[in-house]
Design a protein around this ligand. Structure first.
Ligand SMILES: [Fe+2]
Length: 287
């Protein structure tokens, strides 16, 4: 029998988890054990601190459901989500860069036509986001589905509300034969991440800003191309330099131009002032 000591516990645990039948799982679990043990040794983890961590993880699970993804939020504010995104999407510098998915995406958004209004009468400044989906050679990508979602004028996502009758500030648009797309919505605002849960409890004990700069989320999963999950950020928005989830990239910062009443990019007219954001999504072919 091998007696357990402070010195051999890590080797014993690694040996045990190395028996995982899937080799990748064995690699992940043995590395996790080594790093967790190293962490505990480095900080001389106390039993009270260990129990507090267990209770924090328990609360994080308890507050989560199919809409509230507190573990995703925890991963986001720790910078882990962005690290994983960057390691797994080393795209050509000329392609649109990826950023975090975030905790508020809802699958199955309704399909809207060119210039269809996903804000559906919600208060806010009318905004048209339009441009082309193309590849690295500049060729248009037709039939690309752009899954779009954003927060409302108060910084709240549909996923943060209770039951909602219809999709709220989310829709799917399809690029036309010439690659062009047009989203009609309302100008997004910066917002705070949810501070009423365990992630907020932790953030509240630091000097970390809990805000995100104004942005709109896009997901483009086009056959033959690298899938792209990204945001467009408003140039000059607050918190661009302190995004709490580390999601901001200079290439994704877009000018929002104020326009007077008149013709709009969907071919219609607006009787009130509106805002225009132009952006070309550049997709990289799947290797
Ligand atoms: Fe967001």
């Amino acid at each position: 029998m091998q007696l357990v000591t402070e010195d051999n516990i890590t080797d014993l645990a690694v040996e045990r988890w190395a028996t995982a039948r899937d080799p990748r799982l064995a690699e992940l679990m043995t590395a996790l054990v080594r790093h967790l043990h190293d962490f505990a040794r480095e900080v001389r983890l106390t039993e009270a601190e260990w129990m507090a961590a267990m209770q924090w993880l328990t609360r994080t699970g308890q507050i989560s459901d199919d809409k509230r993804l507190e573990f995703v939020l925890a991963s986001d504010v720790l910078g882990l989500s962005m690290l994983v995104v960057q390691m797994n999407h080393r795209l050509d510098p000329a392609a649109t860069p990826a950023t975090v998915l975030g905790p508020f995406h809802i699958a199955g958004s309704p399909e809207l036509g060119f210039g269809g209004d996903m804000s559906d009468g919600l208060p806010g400044q009318p905004l048209f986001v339009h441009g082309t989906v193309r590849d690295l050679d500049g060729k248009p990508v037709p039939d690309a589905v752009l899954d779009v979602w954003q927060a409302d004028d108060e910084g709240v996502y549909e996923a943060q509300l209770g039951e909602v009758d219809e999709a709220r500030l989310r829709a799917k648009y399809t690029s036309r034969e010439d690659g062009t797309y047009c989203v009609r919505t309302i100008a997004p605002k910066g917002y705070t991440i949810p501070m009423d849960g365990p992630v907020g409890d932790l953030i509240g004990r630091t000097e970390i800003s809990h805000f995100r700069p104004a942005h709109i989320h896009f997901l483009l999963d086009v056959p033959g191309y690298e899938p792209l999950i990204t945001h467009l950020f408003q140039e000059g928005a607050d918190y661009l330099d302190s995004d709490v989830v580390f999601g901001t990239k200079q290439e994704l910062v877009v000018r929002f131009e104020h326009r007077p009443p008149g013709e709009t990019p969907d071919g219609g007219t607006s009787s009130e002032p509106w805002v225009e954001a132009r952006y070309d999504f550049v997709l990289q072919r799947r290797s």
